[in-house]
Structures are given as C-alpha cells and as structure tokens.
Design a protein around this ligand. Structure first.
Ligand code: AP5
Ligand code: MG
Length: 204
C-alpha cells in the first residue's frame, strides 16, 4: 500500500509514520529527514539547504525530487511518504512516478500544532522524537542528547504554517478530486490516531 501523510507542520506525520514502520513494517520516507541528512553529509549543498529550512521556506522541487528518487530505490510495496508532496507540481510529478493508494490528511488546529512544535525534542544520535509535554528530560533512551530543531521557534513555526496554507493546502482538494483523501483529526494520542487511520484504511 502506498500512502501519503498530508498535514501541517507538527500535526504528527512523522510520529504516526514511525508507528506504521514499527508495527506494520512500512517504509517511511520523510523528505524533511532527507534534507536534514543532506545538510549533515554534503557541506556545499548543506549550507544552502540549511538557510532555506531554518527560515521556514520550501526547498526547490528539483532537489527534493532528486533526494526522493534516490531513497525510493530502498523501498518496496508498503510505503509512507511524509512531507511530500508539498505543492501542486510535486503532486503532479508524484502521479507520474507512482500510484498512490490513499492520502491521509491529518487535520490539527493551529494552537495545538504550535504547542507541539515548541515542545518537540529530537535525539542527536538516533533521531527519535519526543515532546517535553510527556518526556521531561534532555537524554534519549539511547543515551543521546535531545535537541530542538532550528525551525521550531515561534516565529519560524508561524512562517512554516503560512507556507503550508499557501503551497500545501490546495493538495487537500487535489486528492479529494481523485477520491483518495481520508481525513483524520489528531487531537488525541498518537496511538489513537494510528488506530483511527487503520480503521479508515480497513487494515486488520
Ligand atoms: P519536515 O521535517 O517535513 O517538517 P514539517 O512538515 O514542518 O513537519 P514536522 O516534521 O515539523 O511535523 P510532523 O507532522 O512530522 O510532526 P511530528 O510527528 O514530529 O520539513 C522541514 C522542512 O524541510 C520544511 O519546512 C521545508 O523547508 C523542507 N521540506 C520538507 N519536505 C519538502 C518538500 N516536499 N518540498 C520542499 N521542501 C521540503 O510531531 C510534532 C511533535 O508533536 C512531536 O514532539 C511529537 O512527539 C508530538 N506529537 C505528535 N503527535 C502527537 C499527538 N497525537 N499527541 C500529542 N503530541 C503529539
Ligand atoms: Mg516530521
């Protein structure tokens, strides 16, 4: 099954995709993670990408498509795309590349998103994501240090949300027109949201 997780920054795309990965063996591709990896591994390109994402803007379609195409080679049938597509052009390109089964639109109010993002911490070592709301420590279960993402400051969160509304929100209608959109509210725990998605997908 090929799924797209669509939703605003902080709605829980990555957290829920990780549950699919752990429990159902899905291959999880986050274009945000691919970009952050490119920043760490490629000095020249990395500096330019860092500037873009730390200001809350979108990276160019060309670069994102190149990173995605490389990563797709590692994945087979069960796949979740998290954070891609993010604009109409990317959605059209994706339709030429792959047949998507369903698009899970995780709808979350802005005030909840903002709180979640300000409290998010990520392990420097293994990449595990936490929230200060339920995990009040500076150390990951693997012993790594927990850090805040540079784009998780109130000002940049607001910017990312504006970019989301302008560039990504039109995809809700795009996939609705294709009859692929499943909408889920994510006001409850990530495990409950996971179960709601499974029910909607009719996965036993
Ligand atoms: P990306 O990394 O994709 O960021 P994003 O879309 O802004 O989404 P986030 O990762 O911030 O949120 P999420 O929905 O994954 O939430 P999470 O599960 O972590 O992209 C970063 C940047 O890269 C972009 O701004 C852009 O510059 C660039 N980029 C990426 N893709 C691109 C593309 N296709 N084209 C161009 N540029 C691109 O959860 C957030 C927090 O909430 C966590 O602390 C978590 O523990 C907590 N939480 C999650 N769910 C729940 C719940 N149900 N209840 C309570 N807490 C919860
Ligand atoms: Mg994410």
């Amino acid at each position: 099954m090929i799924l797209v997780f669509l939703g605003a920054p902080g709605c829980g795309k990555g957290t829920i995709a990780k549950i699919f990965e752990e429990k159902l063996n899905f291959c999880h591709i986050s274009t945000g993670d691919l970009i952050r990896n490119a920043i760490s591994s490629n000095k020249e390109l990395g500096e330019m990408l860092k500037q873009i994402i730390s200001n809350g803007n979108l990276v160019s379609d060309e670069i994102v498509l190149k990173l995605l195409n490389e990563k797709l080679k590692d994945c087979s049938s069960n796949l979740i795309l998290d954070g891609f597509p993010r604009n109409l052009l990317q959605a059209q390109k994706l339709d030429e590349m792959i047949k998507i089964d369903k698009v899970v639109y995780i709808d979350t109010p802005y005030d909840i998103i903002k709180e979640r993002l300000v409290g998010r911490r990520t392990c420097e070592n293994c990449g595990k994501v936490y929230n200060l709301d339920i995990y009040n420590s500076n150390t990951c279960s693997c012993g790594g240090k927990l850090v805040q993402r540079e784009d998780d400051t109130p000002h940049i969160i607001e910017k990312r949300f504006k970019v989301y509304e302008k560039e990504t929100m039109p995809l809700v209608q795009y996939y609705q027109n294709q009859g692929k959109l499943l909408k889920v509210e994510s006001n409850s725990s990530s495990n409950d949201t996971f179960k709601n998605i499974l029910n909607m997908l009719e996965v036993k």
